[in-house]
Design a protein around this ligand. Structure first.
Ligand code: GDP
Length: 295
């Protein structure tokens, strides 16, 4: 995960790590290299620039050059800033509803259906919940089948209505079904399109309004870099979602989405997907991710 970025940051911070005494020039050079590493990882220009400005300000504020171990302090400042950028504290999922209603949003292929299954499995096995999965994709029968396959795999019931072309109605009926049958979490998997379009946005906005979810999650493929951030912005403008799910972090992703998305939409990354298997789900910890990136 993020091997290239880790390597570049390690190189950038190398000068500082080795020096007992460092100079203003060392600090400036290092920050320039840090910024370059972030840009190479597909972090947007403004975010990368703000990042190094903030680290520089903190370094001045803490009189970094006169401290005993200036190099180590600089590394810590970079790590702290990276943690902050990715969200600071860990954000849990709100399970207070009865039933808790979770709406999944995102483009087709982002990993929505897979993640819906992973989340249901996680809530069932780790949180002792009784989840119901809802297939709300009224355009692609294959997507409904896919969710049924996932449900079978993890032993979770899947609600679908063959032939019904009204996503709002299906979602509402599913919630009624959940209430009548003792399900305490309802995970609604919605239709995704290959690109953002008005019809899709209207449909998911209508479902959102009708079922008033406790959690609206936006699923995005981390391999798509800056596009991931732009798509997040478009969905957030319409849905004002509660959290982001970054999938495919097991692939050869450069890291830009993970680093930038929080500061663009001001919503936390809640979970990450790290593989195709149902167990490949992790809670997102910004500080652990920063540790991992900085080695
Ligand atoms: P949807 O169209 O948004 O519902 O996306 P799918 O759940 O069908 O996922 C699209 C493809 O990405 C499938 O082949 C999944 O197996 C794969 N996929 C989903 N999540 C992950 C992940 O975290 N890592 C990897 N490597 N593949 C994933």
């Amino acid at each position: 995960m993020f091997d290239n970025l880790s390597e570049k940051l390690d190189k950038a911070l190398h000068i500082l790590k080795g020096h007992g005494k460092i100079t203003e020039v060392n600090v400036a050079d290092t920050l320039k290299e840090v910024r370059r590493a972030l840009l190479d990882a597909d972090v947007n220009f403004k975010i990368a620039k703000d990042f190094t400005t903030k680290v520089k300000e903190k370094a001045i504020g803490e009189n970094v050059l006169t401290t005993l171990q200036p190099g180590q302090l600089m590394v810590k400042l970079v790590k702290d800033e990276l943690t902050e950028l990715m969200g600071g504290d860990v954000s849990g999922i709100n399970l207070s509803g009865n039933p808790t209603i979770i709406l999944m949003s995102g483009l087709q292929g982002s990993g929505k259906t897979t993640f819906s299954g992973k989340l249901a499995n996680y809530l069932k096995t780790k949180k002792n919940k009784k989840p119901l999965l809802v297939a709300c994709d009224i355009y692609r029968p294959a997507a409904i089948n896919q969710l049924h396959v996932v449900g079978e795999q993890i032993g979770v019931e899947v609600y679908s209505e063959e032939g019904n072309k009204n996503a709002v109605e299906i979602a509402q009926n599913a919630i009624k079904h959940a209430k009548a049958n003792g399900f305490n979490v309802v995970i609604v998997d919605t239709a995704g399109r290959l690109a953002i379009d008005e019809e899709m946005m209207n449909e998911i906005a209508n479902v959102h309004k009708a079922i008033e979810p406790n959690e609206t999650l936006f699923v995005v493929d981390s391999m798509t870099g800056q596009d991931a951030v732009n798509t997040a912005k478009a969905f957030n403008d319409r849905l004002d979602f509660d959290g982001v799910i970054l999938t495919k972090l097991d692939g050869d992703t450069r890291g830009g989405a993970a680093i930038s998305i929080k500061s663009v939409v001001n919503k936390p990354i809640k979970f990450i997907g790290t593989g195709e298997k149902m167990e490949a789900i992790d809670v997102f910890y910004p500080s652990r991710m920063a540790d991992r990136i900085l080695g």
